[in-house]
Ligand binder design. Structure first.
Ligand code: SIN
Length: 543
C-alpha cells in the first residue's frame, strides 16, 4: 500500500501512510469535528487529495458533546439574518468583526441545508419544519436541535457517515507534532507520531487545523479530554498570529459535581433556560434579576459572571436551576436528564445544582472568513480559529454554525490557493524540545487565576509556573498535549495580562470596567525562544 492508494481513499490505516511513499497530499486536515470533516468532505468534492489525522478516534472531539443546537435564521420564519447578526455583535462586547459576522451568519441557512442533504435530521416542530429554541443572548427562537439536546452528536453522525461512505482517509491515533514549512516559510507538511510512537512526516501542500478548543487548561470543563489546545500551539510554533486568546467562555450551567469535581463535567444546556427554567441562589433568590434586560437569557458572559458573584456572596460553590415547571423534561432534554439521573437528581422535582465551567475559546489562530492564517498554506477552522465572529464572547450555538460554514469555505480557499501555485520545497523538521508543565499544577493555577475573575498578581503567578516548566522532546500523545497546554496557557496569560479592562468573558477584578482604548483585539505570536509576545500594535496599547 502506498500513499497514493491512501490518498485515493482505498485505505485508512495509519501504518499504510506512515510506511508509504513520499507522495504529497494537497491537504492534511487535523481533527475530525464539525469543521474538520466539513472541510475534508468539501475538499474531496473539489478534487483535492485529502488526508485526515486525529490523535483519537473519528469524531472524538468537542462536537459530539454540543447540546443546544445550531443558531440559524431560517427563511420562512419571523427571524432574520440581520437580527442574528445584531445578537452576535451584541454578545461579542465590541470585538466582533461585523463584516465577518454578516458573511458567516448569512451563510448559515445554506450550510444547514447542505448538512441536511448529507443526512442530518433535526427535531421537527408541529408544522414539520425544524423546531427552534432559544438560548442566552438570542432575541429570537432560532436554535435548531437534534435528538432533543444531542445536536452535536447528530451533526457528527451525518458527517462521519459521509466520510466513511466516501472512503475519506482518516488516520486515527496519529498525533500532529509540528507544522512543517519549506525554506520560504510556506507549509510543506506535517510531522506526526504514529500510534506506535514512531515519528513520520506527511508531505502536504496545505494543512488545516480543526482541533477544537482548550478546555483542559482548566480543572473543570465541558470539553472532552482531547481538548488540549493542540492546533493553537502548532500554529503559534509555525509562526502564525493568534488573537482574542484571553476570552475563554465559561458556560454558566454545568452540573455541579461537588467540591473537587474535575475533568469533563456534564453540561446543562442553555436551552433549558430558553424553555422556562430559572436560576436561583441557594436561598431561592433569582440570580440575574436587575443584571440585564434579558435576565437568565442574557449573553453567557453576563450570566456566568452573575452566578460567580452570587456564589461568592452566599459562600457557596453552586446555584440552582429550577426546571420543575417544565413539562416533559426527560423527552426534551434526554442527555441532561440522564446526567442528572446518574447524579441522583430528578429535574422534574428537584432544582438542579449548577456552576460555571470552562466551555469555549472565543479566540484562536487569526484567520480570514475562509480559514486562511497568516502563514502561507496553513488554515484553521472551528474553535481553534479566530475569524472575528465571536469577539469577546461567543453567542450561544454559533459554533456549530461557524464550523459548518468556515470548514467548507476553507476547502474552497485551499483549492483556489493551490490552483496554479508551485509545490512547496522540502519540509524542514525542527523537532525542538518543548516546555511541558505538570498538567495538574497547570490546571490548578489556570482555574485559580485565569477563570472568571482575574488580576495582575494571579496572572503573574500563573505565568511564573509556566516559565519554570522543563523542556523535553515530544515522544507521545501525552507529551504533545502537555506541550500544547503549556504553550497556549502562556499565550493566553500574556493576552490576559495585557488587557487591563473587563470585557466579555475576560473579567479583571483589578480593572472592572470597559476601556475604549481596548476596543480592539490583542494579537500574540511566539518569539524565537518560543515565548509569547504581543504584536507591536497591541503592545503600544498596553503601554
Ligand atoms: C448549550 O447548549 O448551552 C451550549 C451550546 C453552545 O455552547 O453553543
Amino acid at each position: 500500500m502506498t500513499t497514493e492508494d491512501l490518498l485515493a481513499g482505498s485505505s485508512s490505516r495509519a501504518e499504510d501512510l506512515l510506511a508509504g511513499s513520499s507522495s504529497r497530499a494537497d491537504l492534511v486536515v487535523v481533527g475530525t469535528g464539525v469543521a474538520g470533516l466539513s472541510a475534508a468532505l468539501r475538499a474531496r468534492e473539489l478534487g483535492l487529495r485529502v488526508v485526515v489525522v486525529t490523535k483519537a478516534g473519528l469524531g472524538d472531539g468537542s462536537t459530539r458533546w454540543a447540546q443546544g443546537g445550531v443558531a440559524v435564521a431560517l427563511p420562512g420564519t419571523a427571524d432574520s439574518v440581520a437580527a442574528h447578526v445584531a445578537d452576535t455583535v451584541a454578545a461579542g462586547a465590541g470585538l466582533c468583526d461585523e463584516a465577518v459576522v454578516r458573511e458567516l451568519v448569512g451563510g448559515g441557512p445554506a450550510a444547514v441545508a447542505a448538512l441536511r442533504q448529507r443526512g442530518a435530521v433535526f427535531d421537527a416542530g408541529p408544522d414539520g419544519a425544524p423546531a427552534r429554541t432559544r438560548e442566552g443572548g438570542h432575541t429570537a427562537f432560532r436554535v435548531i436541535h437534534a435528538g432533543g439536546d444531542a445536536t452535536g452528536a447528530e451533526v457528527l453522525r451525518a458527517l462521519a457517515a459521509a466520510a466513511v461512505a466516501g472512503g475519506l482517509p482518516v488516520l486515527e491515533r496519529v498525533v500532529a507534532t509540528e507544522v512543517l514549512c519549506d525554506d520560504a516559510g510556506a507549509v510543506a507538511g506535517l510531522a506526526v507520531l504514529g500510534a506506535d510512537g514512531e515519528p513520520a512526516v506527511l508531505p502536504a501542500r496545505a494543512v488545516l487545523l480543526a482541533t477544537g478548543g482548550l478546555g483542559q487548561l482548566y480543572a473543570a470543563t465541558t470539553n472532552p479530554d482531547v481538548a488540549t489546545g493542540d492546533g493553537l500551539a502548532l500554529a503559534l510554533r509555525a509562526g502564525a498570529a493568534a488573537a482574542d486568546l484571553e476570552f475563554v467562555q465559561f458556560h454558566p450551567t454545568v452540573l455541579h459535581g461537588g467540591p473537587g469535581a474535575r475533568g469533563r463535567r456534564p453540561l446543562v444546556t442553555e436551552a433549558v433556560r430558553g424553555e422556562g427554567a430559572v436560576l436561583v441562589d441557594v436561598a431561592g433568590v433569582p440570580v440575574t434579576a436587575g443584571v440585564h434586560p434579558l435576565g437568565d437569557l442574557a449573553p453567557r458572559d453576563v450570566v456566568a459572571a452573575a452566578i460567580t458573584r452570587r456564589m461568592a456572596a452566599t459562600g457557596t460553590d453552586h446555584v440552582l436551576l429550577d426546571a420543575t415547571g417544565l413539562a416533559g423534561f426527560a423527552a426534551r432534554f434526554p442527555t441532561v436528564w440522564a446526567a442528572c439521573a446518574a447524579a441522583g437528581i430528578d429535574p422534574a422535582t428537584d432544582p438542579v445544582p449548577v456552576t460555571p465551567a470552562a466551555h469555549y475559546h472565543c479566540g484562536g489562530v487569526v484567520t480570514d472568513s475562509s480559514g486562511r492564517s497568516t502563514v502561507p498554506g496553513l488554515y484553521a477552522a472551528g474553535e481553534v480559529a479566530r475569524t472575528g465572529l465571536h469577539g469577546a464572547n461567543r453567542l450561544a450555538s454559533n459554533s456549530l454554525l461557524e464550523g459548518l460554514v468556515v470548514g467548507a469555505a476553507a476547502a474552497t480557499a485551499v483549492a483556489r490557493d493551490l490552483a496554479g501555485a508551485s509545490p512547496p520545497g522540502t519540509a524542514r523538521v525542527i523537532g525542538a524540545p518543548q516546555p511541558m508543565a505538570d498538567r495538574d499544577a497547570l490546571q490548578q493555577v489556570m482555574s485559580t487565576h485565569a477563570g472568571i475573575g482575574r488580576h495582575a498578581r494571579g496572572l503573574d503567578a500563573a505565568a511564573a509556573l509556566l516559565l519554570a516548566a522543563p523542556q523535553r522532546q515530544v515522544r507521545s500523545v501525552a507529551d504533545a498535549e502537555d506541550a500544547a497546554l503549556t504553550t497556549v496557557a502562556a499565550a493566553l496569560l500574556c493576552a490576559a495580562s495585557a488587557r487591563t479592562e473587563t470585557r466579555g468573558c475576560h473579567v479583571r477584578t483589578d480593572h472592572p470596567h470597559h476601556r475604549q482604548r481596548w476596543r480592539r483585539s490583542i494579537t500574540v505570536r511566539l518569539d524565537v525562544a518560543g515565548r509569547p509576545v504581543l504584536d507591536e500594535h497591541a503592545a503600544a496599547g498596553a503601554a
